[in-house]
Design a protein around this ligand. Sequence first.
Ligand code: A2P
Length: 411
Amino acid sequence: MNAPESVEIIKQHLIDPEICIRCNTCEETCPIDAITHDERNYVVKADVCNGCMACIAPCPTGAIDNWRHVLKAEAYGIDEQLTWDELPAQNTTAAAFPEPPGAAAEAEADDEIVASDMVRGASVPPWSAAKPYVNLYTHQSPTTATVVGNYRLTDASVESDIHHIVLDFGAMPFPVLEGQSIGILPPGTSADGKPHHARQYSIASPRDGERPRYNNVSLTVKRVTHDHGGNPTDGVCSNYLCNLKKGDTVTVIGPFGTTFLMPNHPNSHLLMICTGTGSAPMRAMTEYRRRRRLKGATGKLMLFFGARTKEELPYFGPLTNLPKDFIDTNLAFSRTAEMPKRYVQDAMRERAGDLAQLLRDDNTYLYVCGLKGMEDGVLQALQEIAGADGLDWAELWARLKREGRLHFETY
Ligand code: A2P
């Protein structure tokens, strides 16, 4: 009887600043622009977020999945959230009020429809993927790795400077799966005097190490020399990494990623589509399959890989040396002199018959990694290829997502 008359409790969506690696995935995913950020934090606007959950699964760290019961009138504003170094504790007064009956179940049912419709890829891993470890090392308690290799992958004649960097964790456990990523904390501070946030890089080596049974991982890092607008700038972390020498140490957090993982059953087919440094997870998955080539396994590997020229394609030599009966490699070059511009989706259309056959197979798993702009083109090509073969693309697309068989990692 003593409760205030109009007490409205909301379940406020918050992002944990201690875990968040500022990768922008949530902001890109949110269909209603409820997420924003500054130099320091990613935050959720309480008055815009409708709890659709579209951002939850794509987050590689789980920092996005935090909720507090608050009085609606006292919801944390974005100005306040932007100053946080850690999440506030649950307010016990608000937590004492129950959610309206049925609200949770309704929200869950809505989530399933809304989230799966809005996200382009799967929010679940393949059914046979191994269980990944995540967030073993955080901003607050990172680990250290030693550089044991750093060499340029792209031809010396081209501007694009892509490096293969091998990091060894010594006696510190750092278990990873193909498709996962790690965070590097570059030394120094940003303009506001605070330490730089971590930068995320996909792991290019398989789970048993860059060198089998060594406790090391490799990364594929492109030296950033221009911003998105084409203006000259030195990328903080990429330049730091590309300049490292053997024996240097780096501060590492992670691993991250729970969905962009490879299936473990030997008859599964991998359809991999990438550009530039998006080849890192494809290299990891391909190398894992190569090392464990199982007798009698019927799983196929098909790769579509785009780069400006052959000289700018990372891992060109090793890739083209792989046996044809092991991997079906299709390269697309966009800036080779006197050759027409070719993108991965053009190469896919040329292989429409084989792709349609793979799309018809319930054991096919698709991975797309690289330039964000490629997503539309790849989906368009898949739709055309499926349609021309009499497949219902809308139905197939929804099923691929539901079954953890279509994964995007673009930037
Ligand atoms: P382009 O010559 O048009 O830049 P980058 O070298 O910048 O990492 O790009 C890798 C490759 O991806 C290049 O061949 C680039 O071609 C190509 N690319 C650029 N935009 C798209 C797109 N929308 N779809 C597919 N490939 C693309």
